[in-house]
Design a binder for this molecule. Sequence first.
Ligand SMILES: Cc1cc2nc3c(=O)[nH]c(=O)nc-3n(C[C@H](O)[C@H](O)[C@H](O)COP(=O)(O)OP(=O)(O)OC[C@H]3O[C@@H](n4cnc5c(N)ncnc54)[C@H](O)[C@@H]3O)c2cc1C
Length: 446
Amino acid sequence: MENRYDLIVIGAGPGGLSCARLTRRLKPEWRILVIRKQEKSVIPCALPYALDGTITTDDYIKSDEKLLKNANIDLIIDEVVSLEPDSNAIQTKGGGSFNYGSLVLVTGSFPLIPPIPGANLKNVFSIKDRPDILSILEVINDVKKAVVVGAGFIGLEMVNAFYNRGIEVSLVEMEKVCLPKNLSYDLSDVIKDDLRKRGVNLFLGKVLKEIKGGEKVEKCLLDDGVEIEADLVVLSVGVRPEVSLARKSGVNVDKRGIIVDEYFQTNIPGVYAMGDCIVSKSFITGKAENGFLATNAAVEGRFVAANIAGKKTPFPGLINPAITKIFDFSCGAVGFTRDAARKEGLDFLYSDVEVYMREKAFPGAVPLKMRLIFNRDNLELIGAEAISKENVSWIINALSLAVLNRNTANDLAFMQYCGHPPQIDVPAKMPVVLCAIDVLKQAGRL
Ligand SMILES: Cc1cc2nc3c(=O)[nH]c(=O)nc-3n(C[C@H](O)[C@H](O)[C@H](O)COP(=O)(O)OP(=O)(O)OC[C@H]3O[C@@H](n4cnc5c(N)ncnc54)[C@H](O)[C@@H]3O)c2cc1C
């Protein structure tokens, strides 16, 4: 009986931990086991900040040992190497063998390495876990010039960190804009202009073809023949779901991840999957989509816990609320940006505002640019984007709920809200309301 658990969770990232912890609350009597292969469990989102000393390399270590112990959840550090669905059993590299009532695969993702010459040279890195940051810190004092490839959230956070260390940074991105997946081009141009002003060398609309060097990286060759000198390169061009255990165990997988139903159940009874390792679907279009966010994984973990504990809770789909801070600018989005909606061929209306987050007379008041995107047909909110020198997370989180609730421009135009001049702008200029009224007018409904 010692090795039989009601629930076994493979993976101790945000998805695995949120699932195990909620299951414990819902099922106090269950035996629960979490297994992870990483030696130390980290908060991946905090990794870039250890490079410039904002935090130490210990600050991003999650003490999941203590957390799980307090919740009476067992933790084993080992790699699960096989899953035998017929006998509800798993085996670990270290020789452990365990039986489960329910099993959850939360095996995460790994960085995509482009198949180009030189990608394996010394001083070429990708960022996923603690060892990646420790390896960069080992060589960073000798680095004068860094090249970051990929202008998504992680790439830009790395640019910010290298810049803060006084390193000359070049940024290469195949799209002509920064944050191509997270902001429309005109809003992200604020970031582009800021990077340029700071002296970051921008190579937008360019593709990395080759990394050149002897033993160590020396140059990056782009598709237009330009060569950029580099002592260090960070490849931040996306991730792929980690599905090797699932695939070899007969769990259905496609090229985008483990296939699950709306309850996160795989094709094998009693085996669930969620987080970066699955392919999910868009809440708005219903099309297959990857989440690749810690917040998505944590939310999905709660759905899985509820389902395993017997409260059938279907997942509505992903809306991908996301936020970062690049130098002084907080940038966030949820659902479709205007440009992404265009690319998808959606029929939509949108409106922009620029207002002061706090009443202008107060010290530190700064502008906020915000855009709301609505389905033209039923005027439901399908996306929002925001950028400001103040934290925009409150807007994105509030609007995430509005997207999930299928709130319309009419709901938002007549919403009720708080105001206090030193903290949030005067009542007449609530940006969400201003955008919603504008869209109602465009639609001839006001
Ligand atoms: C630098 C960086 C910054 C980021 N910033 C943000 C951010 O600001 N906001 C945000 O929302 N997201 C951010 N992300 C994305 C976020 O970290 C991931 O989406 C999230 O970690 C996915 O969670 P997960 O639980 O699905 O998987 P992971 O966190 O990848 O965890 C996978 C777990 O599975 C374990 N595992 C895998 N295979 C096995 C096996 N066979 N046996 C045992 N254990 C196994 C691993 O050890 C690990 O514990 C960032 C990512 C990076 C790399």
